[in-house]
Design a protein around this ligand. Structure first.
Ligand code: TYD
Length: 334
């Protein structure tokens, strides 16, 4: 078996490759990654000796790069390659449309031409938009509200259209907010933890009462593998952590874990434009495949804080150069 994993140097993609290498040693892994800002070869530095792993630098919007990665054939494509940060999508939407929609299209064309047996699109619960009450199920309407989530929804719709039109063997997973080691420090949890370790303040948007459902990256990777191996073709599967928390609750835990106080270290800043108040999904369909999150949230968060404390050499180089320019652009005016 040979799998093509795209975006495998990113946060969730690299967790998936580490999982495959550990638990499916018979699978040969080809990683196609454009090495844009959030990609990091260090995420895969600890692959087991003898892992059947090959890296190719290339962009999923480039048909030649995709063809090269497929080579003389592969059994499945798992597409993690994406622009993922909502705040960046508000500043610069175009890259999101290119990678998340056009890139998906390029991969689907390759699946069609080469007759690849399985294609899994890694998507997000953000495509359902703001969920006032209850939980989104897989057939709920897509109501994306940011350039990021609209781009991911565009990708999902292409995948489903290729199923209907060409009968392609596709699957979609929609994961909830993911946390854990190796997450680029622009997202809420790693940004706040690394700021707090450095005795800096953390920028809390608006009233901080927005709700996200937190999922450990290793549980997310296991969910994707479960859907890849046991999902029904043409179907969508929500993968939620089942840990709804307000941003203030998360912030309090991080402050506690880093020994800082709310009064001294929280900076209340202007809210994100079009900020979704709440995400909530039902994962009953993924549960029926036998998947369940295994990592308890409180313990997982504590271990994540400890990981960032113990891996300064991983994140400190990231918080320079491009990141500082972004941080300035994103937060200075708030
Ligand atoms: P984020 O990690 O960007 O994920 P998403 O927007 O995809 O849910 O943000 C999680 C929540 O944290 C979201 O409600 C926005 C909020 N947030 C802040 O309050 N301050 C910040 O600096 C960031 C990055 C996020």
């Amino acid at each position: 078996m040979r799998y093509l994993v795209t975006g495998g140097l990113g946060f969730i993609g690299s967790a998936f490759i580490r999982l495959l290498a550990a638990e499916r040693p018979e699978v040969e892994i080809v990683n196609l990654d454009a090495m844009t800002y959030a990609a990091n070869p260090a995420n895969l530095a600890q692959l087991p000796a003898g892992a059947r792993y090959r890296f190719l630098k290339g962009d999923i919007t480039d048909p030649a790069a995709v063809a090269e990665a497929i080579g003389d054939g592969i059994d499945a494509i798992v597409n993690f390659a994406a622009e993922t940060h909502v705040d960046r999508s508000i500043l610069d939407p175009e890259a999101f449309l290119r990678t998340d929609i056009l890139g998906t299209h390029t991969l689907l064309e390759a699946v069609r031409e080469r007759g690849i047996a399985r294609y899994l699109q890694v998507s997000t619960d953000e495509v359902y938009g703001d969920v006032e009450s209850g939980e989104s199920i897989e057939s709920s309407p897509l109501r994306p509200r940011s350039p990021y989530s609209a781009s991911k929804a565009g990708g999902d719709l292409q995948v489903l259209a290729y199923r209907t039109t060409y009968g392609l063997p596709v699957l979609i997973t929609r994961g909830s907010n993911t946390y854990g080691p190796y997450q680029y420090p622009e997202k809420l949890i790693p940004l706040f933890v690394t700021n707090l370790i450095d005795d800096q303040s953390v920028p809390l948007y608006g009233d901080g009462l927005q709700v996200r459902d937190w999922l450990h990256v290793e549980d997310h990777a296991r969910g994707i593998l479960g859907v890849l191996e046991r999902g029904e073709l043409g179907e969508v599967y929500n993968i939620g952590g089942g840990n709804p928390r307000t941003n203030i609750e998360i912030t309090r835990r991080l402050l506690e874990g880093c020994g800082r106080s709310f009064e001294s270290h929280v900076r209340h800043v202007a809210d994100r434009e079009g900020h979704d108040r709440r995400y909530a999904i039902s994962s009953a369909k993924a549960h029926a495949l036998g998947w369940r999150p295994q990592i308890d949230f409180e313990g997982g968060l504590e271990a994540t804080i400890a990981w960032y404390r113990e891996h300064e050499s991983w994140w400190r180089p990231l918080k320079s150069g491009e990141f500082l320019a972004y941080y300035q652009r994103q937060y200075a005016h708030r």
